[in-house]
Design a protein around this ligand. Structure first.
Ligand code: SF4
Length: 202
């Protein structure tokens, strides 16, 4: 059995709906059809930015995305709205072939939105983030994704300066203040993993 099949089977056993697409464009088209007339919250995601999801969904849904917030609205005010929407979308920092999903967050809105309060959560993620084990996935989240995200935000955290690994820093802009491992779908909420056979995100 190949690793993609093993992963999909593990996700299904853990209660997730799973869809797979060859490209980000195909996944964006699917989500654009699936989510209509809803209030929608976005978690910070390079993957979703590269797919142009905000622009697509905002034409026929009420979308709140801290990265596309209206002029004059604070990050906090916008991010609070994302927590009370019908649908929440975010990506992942890593996942294991055994079906665990891993995310790190600095402010908390992204992981908070992925856990509670919505009819449905979508995790939109490239298969480049698939790791053999949970330990490998946590390693990737901490030592690959977080340093790259630090650099993307323009922070001078030690990982962004050296560009190699996590230094478990105490920097004021530390972006790794919580690590969430999704062992199974949360109770009382639908969760779908939208897999893309492309290298997307960090
Ligand atoms: S804890 Fe600090 S050094 Fe480590 S990845 Fe996060 S921001 Fe970078």
């Amino acid at each position: 059995m190949d690793r993609e099949t093993r992963f999909v089977q593990a996700l299904t056993r853990r209660g997730y709906e799973v869809t797979i697409f060859d490209t980000g464009a195909a996944a964006a088209e699917y989500l654009d059809k699936a989510i209509d007339g809803k209030t929608v919250g976005f978690g910070d995601s390079e993957t979703m930015l590269s797919m142009g999801l905000y622009d697509k969904l905002a034409t026929h849904n009420e979308v709140h995305d801290p990265m596309h917030r209206p002029e004059g609205e604070s990050f906090r005010a916008n991010a609070r709205k994302t927590l009370l929407t019908d649908v929440f979308l975010t990506s992942l920092n890593a996942m294991s072939e055994t079906g665990e999903l891993v995310n790190i967050d600095g402010t908390g809105n992204r992981v908070a939105g992925s856990l509670f309060g919505h009819e449905k959560v979508y995790f939109v993620v490239g298969l480049n983030k698939l790791c053999p084990t949970l330990d490998d996935a946590i390693y990737r989240a901490r030592n690959v994704a977080a340093p790259q995200n630090s650099a993307r935000h323009g922070f001078s955290n030690p990982c962004a300066v050296a560009g190699d690994r996590c230094y478990d820093c105490s920097a004021k802009d530390r972006i790794c203040n919580a690590l969430v491992v999704h062992y199974r779908k949360m109770r009382g909420i639908r969760m779908e993993v939208v897999l893309i056979r492309e290298a997307l995100g960090l």
